[in-house]
Design a protein around this ligand. Structure first.
Ligand code: FAD
Ligand code: ZN
Length: 476
């Protein structure tokens, strides 16, 4: 992938490296290739960056000093959290200085009366969930990378995940932010307020900005009551249209307590059973489509709700077969199946991925049209659609033909994207539902986004980051 730098940073002199190092201390300024390596590569090896210096600040004041120095010397910087992003946003593609927030992982405040938790940006999502559970609250954001992604990364990418159906995306879980601007000023907007109509919403500018406007150093997050009962079902169906009908039934019966509704194509089960460890098909027979859904309740009535959804689904001829998780272990097994779909695709060769959304009602047509178009373009290619049907968000992956050449298949990444994105845009959808733009989709953005919106985005970027040092070449 060719990446345009859009910022011609001067080389870092040894004197400047020493000045940056003095801010964080020797131990937390990495320059040796082996130390730097984990910050310039990512898990899939899709992007390889390089950096002369990785800084690991321990406080907001240190982040501010780093940014001030970077502005003084026109040095480009890349904020990084857990390095789990999927669009190359956290990678220093042109030798930028990496600012890793991972050391900043304190919980500053938990307020169970206001139902808020104020945490530093480097706190790992799973730890945030655990800290909320410790005080009998729920922090609902949940995604496959939760063991290593950070709150700062989650907010900067406006992460979605499996609980967005009931609780919204990361943006909806944040009340306030603390952000260091490129010039080193600190925006203190760590508000606990739900209602605050005092002008432009600056918080929402930084959420989803993918580190192009500033460095999030802390956030005040919403906490929710912890559900007393969670019930999970795994359902086999004939078609995506039936899955959509089941979603409507479930929303009618469960309303806000329907907390997840995930769709899986049969090929996902094939791959998971074949390549996953300890993965079992939860149903006796194969079905063309599957739904994994969950009902959570503050009372003990989740099971009754789940059963009534399944009953109506069976009565209406929407469900072919279904099973309910009998205990926590079975529930975890259902979710493990959902989570290993991506890794289970690896042994099948190259996979061209899309993270798209369309209006929920358009999902059946989208999958049918995309399947036909992709197979027409590359005969033998195998669509592997799955994802958050309840949000209209499909991870539309395409595995290479059996026995084909992986490199030749992956060389057609943009061609396949173009075919899929054309259908998405025609249906009023988005080419990035939850992973962001980064560098991966940057060149596609002007073609799909409203021209005025792009103008405004550029204007905001120029106003907050006039030198263009903050994560250059990403998003815009
Ligand atoms: P990083 O990867 O380090 O950074 C991501 C972006 O945010 C970069 O542009 C970076 O510059 C910027 N950034 C990071 N920290 C800061 C900060 N403090 N201030 C300013 N900018 C910052 N995503 C979903 O939305 N839903 C999913 O279901 C989902 N599932 C995933 C499953 C797996 C197995 C993997 C590997 C990834 C998945 N992702 C998913 C993508 C990824 O986990 C999310 O984008 C996550 O929010 C990134 O967090 P991070 O801390 O790893 O950020
Ligand atoms: Zn997802």
């Amino acid at each position: 992938m060719t990446i345009n730098p859009q910022h011609t940073a001067p080389q870092l002199s040894p004197e400047l490296i020493a000045q940056f190092t003095a801010i964080v201390g020797d131990k937390y300024a990495l320059t040796l290739a082996d130390d730097v390596a984990p910050y310039v590569t990512e898990e899939r090896n899709l992007f390889q960056g390089r950096s002369p210096l990785v800084l690991r600040p321990g406080s907001t004041a240190e982040v501010a000093a780093i940014c001030k120095l970077a502005t003084t010397h026109n040095i480009a910087i890349v904020p990084q959290g857990g390095n789990t992003g999927l669009v190359g946003g956290q990678t220093p593609h042109h030798g930028e200085v990496v600012i890793s927030l991972r050391r900043m992982d304190k919980v500053r405040d938990i307020d169970t009366q206001s139902n808020t938790m104020t945490v530093e940006a480097g706190l790992v999502l799973q730890t945030a969930q655990q800290r909320a559970a410790d005080v009998d609250r729920l922090f609902p954001l949940s995604l496959g990378a939760e063991g290593s992604c950070t709150i700062g990364g989650n907010l900067s990418t406006n992460a979605g995940g499996t609980a967005a159906l009931a609780y919204g995306v990361a943006r909806e879980m944040a009340l306030g932010l603390e952000v260091v601007l490129p010039d080193g000023r600190i925006l203190n907007a760590l508000s606990k307020l739900k209602k605050d109509n005092t002008g432009y919403d600056l918080r929402d500018l930084f959420i989803g900005a993918e580190g192009t406007l500033g460095i999030i150093t802390a956030a005040t997050l919403k906490l929710f009551p912890r559900p007393r009962a969670v019930e999970t079902a795994f359902v086999g169906l004939q078609s995506v249209a039936d899955a959509l009908r089941l979603l409507q039934i479930a929303q009618g019966e469960a309303a806000g307590s329907l907390t997840s509704f995930e769709l899986l194509a049969e090929i996902c089960i094939d791959f998971c059973v074949k390549h996953g460890t300890d993965i079992r098909d939860p149903l006796g027979e194969r079905h063309p489509w599957y739904v994994l859904f969950e009902v959570s309740s503050a009372r003990e009535d989740a099971l009754a709700t789940l059963e009534s959804i399944l009953e109506r689904g069976l009565d209406d001829g929407v469900i072919a077969d279904a099973t309910i998780a009998a205990n926590g272990a079975q529930r975890a097994a259902f979710w493990k199946l959902r989570e290993v779909i991506s890794p289970a695709q690896k042994p099948e060769g190259g996979s061209i991925k899309h993270d798209v959304s369309v209006p929920i009602a358009a999902v059946p047509d989208f999958i049918a049209e995309a399947n036909a178009a992709v197979v027409k373009l590359i005969p033998g290619s195998r669509p592997v659609p799955f994802g958050h049907l309840g949000d209209g968000n499909i991870h539309y992956n395409v595995s290479q033909p059996i026995g084909g050449d992986s490199a030749a298949f992956l060389a057609r990444w943009h061609e396949v994207n173009a075919v899929v994105f054309e259908i998405v845009m025609r249906m009023g959808g988005s080419i990035s539902a939850e992973h962001g733009i980064g560098v991966m989709k940057r060149d596609e953005l002007p073609g799909v986004k409203d021209k005025v919106a792009i103008d405004l985005m550029r204007g905001i970027k120029a106003m907050i980051d006039p030198l263009g040092i903050m994560n250059p070449g990403k998003v815009l």
